[in-house]
Design a binder for this molecule. Structure first.
Ligand SMILES: *Cc1c(COP(=O)(O)O)cnc(C)c1O
Ligand code: SF4
Length: 471
């Protein structure tokens, strides 16, 4: 496999020795290597006060989830108002220009804003996930489509995707406390943008009733993912209703609330007592009934977890609420082994179980954030073994076209020159092959050129399809 200029994830140019040879080499066993415990260090104190607009904000205010929501920033001018001199005019213009093109709206919590390094906004991994820069944008991949996972094609009802035999995905609402520019569901989530009009998945009783009836009428459904949008934005009575209704359905054995909340607004767990109490009560009822309730969250970088997260996790843990994490692999954010290792160890330290690392979906306006399949494979190899096996995430690619999540190493065929990988998913869709495409700018120059020509493009895709082992 060739390495590309942007690929900084591996040590492949180091000479490798076989296990037998290494007995005589100077390698030391793990127990004797210096121990890196940086994952245990969390940002401390009133870290937000270094942001000009938050200088006067005391701890009680910053921990108030209502203050966080009310002061979240949704306009580029709002960034300037809070950051003042910390934000130069050229960066502001760069941001404003980017938002005219992308499918996702701006929304960042004061918590997130305070975690971004405004001395180096262009290089900052937190800024990169939420605030695009026009100067860094790349053209979308020609094979990209709007709802690339075909969630709507597998939906018997609006906002209810039934792709896998025993589980369904219920998109309960279409808003979030923050908006991630890389969101797979930018086809529905968040307000309409200049560049796109969206599918509406509002939190309405009639839509929920239809979805709950569907689940009740399908006894093969044991597992329900409640996502969106984000469960943090469900009212306390709404989260209660949804959970209680699922617990009334006898064949539902597992359900999860999906929320990025712990990574971007952990204050809610500490100060929204009505919401937390309802969640804790649901968890108690689920346990009494032998049902498994979980919270699934979404940390991408170690900086996102602070002492506030630590306190929130302690409260969840003490209430017996278990948390799993799903990370999205992103270029310039977490696509290097030390960052990913620190993230996984930190999550384990917080009693959050690292579940998946996703290869970035093919989403509009995010070509600069995607990595190659090669990078994902190398990072999986580099990080496995650095902590407990049960805290070692599975690296998956959610196969474009609705194949579902496939282990990243399990391709039938992968050509890292054309960037085309081919996966099968016999338990999901028996007779189909699913193709994922690496970002073009990471390919060797000659192959970048081939992608410019429609006939050569088609020829590369056809050649990859011929390599499918069996269908
Ligand atoms: C991810 C996903 C699920 C849940 O899958 P797990 O592998 O069990 O986490 C269910 N339905 C759809 C459509 C999904 O995309
Ligand atoms: S919080 Fe989740 S659903 Fe909402 S924008 Fe981010 S990735 Fe999408």
């Amino acid at each position: 496999m060739e390495r590309s200029a942007n690929d900084k994830s591996s040590n492949r140019h180091l000479p490798l020795v076989s296990a037998e040879e290494s007995e005589t080499s100077s390698q030391r066993p793990g127990s004797m290597r210096p121990v890196d415990v940086s994952h245990r260090t969390f940002s401390e104190g009133e870290f937000w006060r270094k942001i000009p607009g938050f200088e006067a904000i005391d701890e009680a205010t910053f921990l108030d989830h209502r203050w966080q929501v009310k002061n979240s920033i949704t306009k580029v001018a709002g960034l300037k108002a809070v950051l003042g001199e910390r934000l130069s005019d050229d960066v502001i213009e760069d941001i404003a220009e980017a938002f005219r093109e992308v499918p996702m709206a701006l929304r960042v919590s004061p918590y997130l804003l305070a975690l971004m390094n405004w001395d180096d906004p262009k290089g900052d991994p937190i800024r990169r996930q939420f605030i695009p820069l026009a100067s860094r944008s790349l053209p979308d991949h020609p094979k990209l489509s709007f709802d690339s996972l075909r969630e709507q094609a597998d939906a018997p009802l609006p906002g209810l995707t039934h792709r896998y035999p025993d589980k369904v995905l219920l998109l309960a609402l279409d808003t979030c406390p923050v908006y991630c520019r890389f969101c797979t569901r930018s086809y529905a989530v968040g307000p309409d943008q200049d560049a796109v009009a969206k599918v509406s998945l509002k939190a309405t009783t009639s839509r929920w009733e239809a979805a709950l009836n569907y689940i009740a009428r399908h006894p093969q459904v044991e597992d329900v993912v409640i996502s969106g949008g984000d469960a943090w934005n469900l009212r306390a009575d709404q989260i209660d209703t949804l959970g209680q209704r699922l617990l009334d359905i006898e064949h539902v054995r597992r359900f999860r609330f999906a929320s990025k909340g712990l990574a971007i607004l952990p204050q809610k767990i500490l100060t929204d007592n009505a919401w937390f109490d309802n969640l804790a009560r649901l968890n108690e009822r689920a346990r009494r009934q032998g049902v498994d309730m979980m919270l699934h969250t979404h940390f991408n970088h170690p900086v996102e977890a602070t002492w506030i997260t630590q306190q929130a996790m302690l409260r969840l843990h003490q209430a017996g609420i278990h948390v799993r994490n799903q990370t999205v692999l992103q270029r310039g954010v977490n696509d290097d082994a030390p960052t990913l290792t620190r993230l996984n160890r930190r999550l384990g330290y917080l009693n959050i179980h690292p579940y998946y690392v996703y290869v970035h979906d093919m989403v509009r306006g995010t070509e600069t954030l995607r990595t190659s399949i090669k990078t994902a494979c190398e990072l999986e190899i580099a990080t496995r073994g650095s902590t407990a096996g049960f805290n070692t995430p599975t690296f998956v690619v959610d196969a474009p076209g609705g194949g579902g999540k496939r282990c990243v190493h399990s391709f039938d065929h992968y050509d890292d020159q054309s960037g085309i990988s081919v996966y099968r998913a016999p338990a999901v869709k028996a007779n189909e092959a699913f193709l994922y495409f690496d970002p073009i700018d990471t390919l060797p120059k000659a192959f970048q050129k081939r992608w410019q020509h429609p006939e050569q493009r088609d020829a590369m895709v056809a050649a990859a399809k011929r390599r499918i082992r069996r269908l």
